[in-house]
Design a protein around this ligand. Structure first.
Ligand SMILES: Nc1ncnc2c1ncn2[C@@H]1O[C@H](COP(=O)(O)OP(=O)(O)OP(=O)(O)O)[C@@H](O)[C@H]1O
Ligand SMILES: [Mg+2]
Length: 484
């Protein structure tokens, strides 16, 4: 088989937004290919050979991607209906499996940025999503998880999937999945409406607590429901996957210690912020680690996770009698008992991730509001909020006492608003009388998540996000108590 690559496919890959920037430079090789109707399915390896990518292109015009075109979607759906086994040029097979209703046509869909290729299609009169994975990996478990969990109704209903099956190893790498469209918006939508309704009340002189009460009136019943839904999802996952091994708490704490130690010097070297602020954050992280590591271990819930839970993967639709909910993009990191990573999961990690998503969402909304009210950009808002939280005066021009008072009040209001959302969600999730947030396991999961976010912000030079995460790290030292 020829492994050189048509020039126009190279051009396509050089500008592909879904490919890591470093890999876009090429060169590329075609490792395998097969023709499916109007499409040529390419298996492409960038120069380092570390990963393989699934790149369907138009057979008649290989410089154009076939994904998200009607002809390609139609061909894939038909192949699923036929249970097609499509031999490839290098002697492997693409296996199609499922029973989707017949293809009728494309539907408009704007899912926003995603690392994969998603299109919305009309199958037998109902909306379905065709999701094609760009990166080929046996670690993509979404189709399998959807088959497992779809019948319970807490994630999308699977109707078909297709895999690249290696002849020599028998390994099956998911290439795509088709599922019934789960109607709804992310949890961020009602939250955004709520927090954005708060600012005008504050401007009219309503007190912070009263304003939060008012704008959360529509959420006080719904958010505990959402918490219960997530708990039921975890219970179902545990039922379907069988007994989970104990969570390796000791190893997790040791690994977290290593990561905190590695992050400290990065924070201390971050000269965008005054030295004492950096020192305070580094100390906050180290203190939190020491305190939680020294505490009585408490319980470490074990069990499989969603694996990538954030507000927009938590869909909800108002039905009049409550929310209909659905968790999408199941990314469970390991499911097989023999997989060494199987134990490294705790359902609390999902809830902690979701709540970190909430905190970051709130910081974004706070920055958005500051831009309107104070005419400052997000970087400046987040940086100044960090300094103020650390007890350090602002060190950039224009922060008069009045302006600073507005910033502080918005920050306090945003914090109280988020704290109540968090408590409502946890109240629905947790067993009565338990306080997960006080458990060392919870605090350790939260710390680890923060360290991960900060590592990412430093590795990708994202000062806005770094300032938010540094502030949140600092707030960990002074956990919210009392009112709220
Ligand atoms: N069933 C659905 N109902 C409504 N919206 C959906 C559905 N499936 C996907 N979407 C929309 O498409 C977006 C991307 O889907 P998804 O998260 O599955 O893709 P992804 O490529 O895995 O994304 P990421 O790169 O964030 O992991 C979702 O955040 C959501 O906005
Ligand atoms: Mg994903």
């Amino acid at each position: 088989m020829r492994t050189d690559i048509p020039a126009d496919v190279t051009t396509l890959l050089r500008t592909a937004p879904w490919l890591d920037e470093a890999l876009r430079r090429g060169p590329f090789r075609v490792l395998d290919q097969a023709v499916l109707g109007p499409s040529r399915l390419l298996v492409v390896a960038p120069a380092d050979g570390a990963a393989r990518y699934f790149v369907p292109v138009l057979d008649a015009d290989p410089g154009r991607e076939a994904t998200r075109t009607a002809d390609h979607d139609r061909a894939v759906v038909q192949a699923l209906r036929d249970g097609l086994r499509l031999p490839t040029a290098a002697g492997n097979v693409v296996e199609f499996d499922g029973g989707p209703p017949p293809y009728r046509g494309p539907l408009p869909f704007a899912p926003g940025w995603s690392s994969n290729a998603l299109s919305l299609v009309d199958l037998g009169g109902a909306a379905h999503v065709h999701k094609a994975y760009r990166r080929m990996s046996a670690g993509t478990r979404e189709p399998r998880m959807m088959r497992l969990m779809g019948p319970g109704g807490r994630t999308q209903r699977w109707v078909g999937d297709y895999h690249y099956v290696e002849r020599d190893t028998g390994r099956r790498l998911p290439l795509g999945v088709v599922y019934a469209y789960a109607d709804g918006d992310g949890l961020d939508l009602p939250l955004r409406h709520s927090i954005r309704a708060m600012w005008p009340l504050l401007a009219d002189g309503v007190g912070v607590a009263g304003a939060v009460d008012t704008v959360q009136r529509g959420l006080v019943d719904r958010l505990p429901e959402a918490g219960r839904f997530l708990r039921a999802f975890h219970d179902e996952l545990a039922d379907r996957l069988g007994p989970a091994p104990d969570f390796p708490a000791e190893r997790f704490v040791a690994e977290t210690a290593t990561r905190v130690a590695r992050l400290g010097p990065l924070i201390l070297a971050d000269d965008r912020h005054p030295g004492p602020v950096r020192a305070a954050v580094a100390a906050a992280l180290a203190d939190e680690l020491d305190r939680q590591a020294a505490a009585a271990p408490g319980s470490w819930p074990s069990g499989a996770t969603h694996g990538d839970l954030h507000l927009s993967h938590f869909l909800r639709a108002e039905t009049g009698a409550g929310w209909r909910m659905c968790l999408i993009d199941l990314s469970t990191p390991a499911v097989d008992p023999a997989d060494p990573d199987r134990a490294d999961q705790s359902p609390w990690q999902d809830l902690v991730s979701l709540l970190r998503g909430l905190e970051i969402f709130t910081a974004d909304e706070f920055a958005h509001q500051a831009a309107i009210e104070l005419d400052v950009d997000g970087d400046e808002t987040c940086r100044t909020a960090l300094l103020v939280t650390a007890g350090h005066p602002p060190d950039t021009a224009g922060w008069t006492a009045d302006r600073l008072a507005v910033l502080r009040r918005s920050q306090a209001a945003a914090q109280l608003w988020a704290r109540r959302v968090r408590r409502l969600l946890i109240a629905g999730y947790a067993d009565p009388g338990t306080e997960p947030e006080r458990q060392p396991a919870w605090r350790m999961f939260r710390l680890r998540r923060l360290v991960h976010e900060l590592d990412y912000a430093y590795a990708h030079d994202m000062p806005y996000h770094a300032a938010i995460n540094l502030r949140h790290a600092l707030e960990t030292l002074r956990p919210a108590t009392g009112e709220g």
